[in-house]
Design a binder for this molecule. Structure first.
Ligand code: PEP
Length: 236
């Protein structure tokens, strides 16, 4: 089963989400898992074809944290998943890997499927520490309560997200193999690994067929039906 996850970032509306879920449900096949990560105000129950999730959850479980939203609150909306550690939230909230692990821990405790995002910056890549950063990202962002196959890793090279550039097929294959080896070493080898950054209808077929790529996480190209539906069609 391949996974196609859309991240709407701070875009969209409840009406637009209803429309997208209807359209996606009509084209999605049984061997595909479609997930839509939307702003908190749009969270709701999905359906058999489309899982709906949040873009982050709090690292606290409850209490005096004005403006924060807990994993239990997200689950209470009917949503069933959440991103954690997306590069944009790592930057905005100054999250360390340990913070991301706390968020993922609360997600798992509240029956939300977390997608834990890891990836290296441009400088880290150019100075030759990209692989080390990604391996640390996986080892330190996965919480202790994570079960084999009970969460998802998304490899998102931070130098490529939202820029319309993608790594080479070989670069994606190499990083996914390193992540797979790390997960196996942690006893979590069945965990799906998504690739994310500048995926489009044009490049998705090649990316989805790379070894150890279990699916894709898509930002910009998940916003409009005319971009997102062809991606689904090309993976089917
Ligand atoms: C993302 O935000 O997770 C992402 C992959 O963005 P984009 O597809 O626009 O690069």
């Amino acid at each position: 089963m391949k996974i196609i996850a859309g991240n709407w970032k701070m875009n969209g509306s409840r009406t637009a989400l209803d429309d997208m879920v209807d359209s996606v449900s009509r084209v999605a096949g049984n061997d595909l898992r479609i997930m839509m990560f939307v702003p908190y105000t749009m969270l709701r129950t999905g359906n058999d074809m489309v899982m709906i999730g949040a873009q982050n959850v709090s690292k606290f479980d409850t209490g005096a944290h004005t403006g924060d939203v807990s994993a239990a609150m997200v689950r209470d909306t009917g949503a069933v998943a959440t991103l954690v550690g997306h590069s944009e939230t790592r930057d905005a909230l100054h999250d360390t890997n340990a913070d991301v692990a706390l968020r993922a821990m609360h997600a798992i405790d509240n029956d939300l499927l977390p997608i834990i995002c890891v990836g290296e910056t441009d400088i880290e890549r150019k100075t030759g520490i990209g692989e080390k950063v990604v391996v640390h990202g996986v080892r330190e962002s996965v919480p202790k309560n994570a079960k084999n196959g009970g969460f998802i890793i998304a490899y998102e090279p931070r130098w490529a997200i939202g820029r319309g550039i993608t790594p080479t097929t070989q670069e994606i294959a190499d990083m996914h193999r390193i992540i797979r080896d790390t997960l196996i070493d942690m006893g979590l080898g069945d965990t799906p690994i998504l690739y994310g950054a500048s995926v489009t209808a044009q490049n998705v077929r090649e990316i989805i067929n790379i070894k150890n790529v279990s699916g894709v996480l898509i930002g910009g190209a998940s916003l409009k039906k005319q971009d997102f539906i062809p991606i689904i069609e090309n993976v089917k």
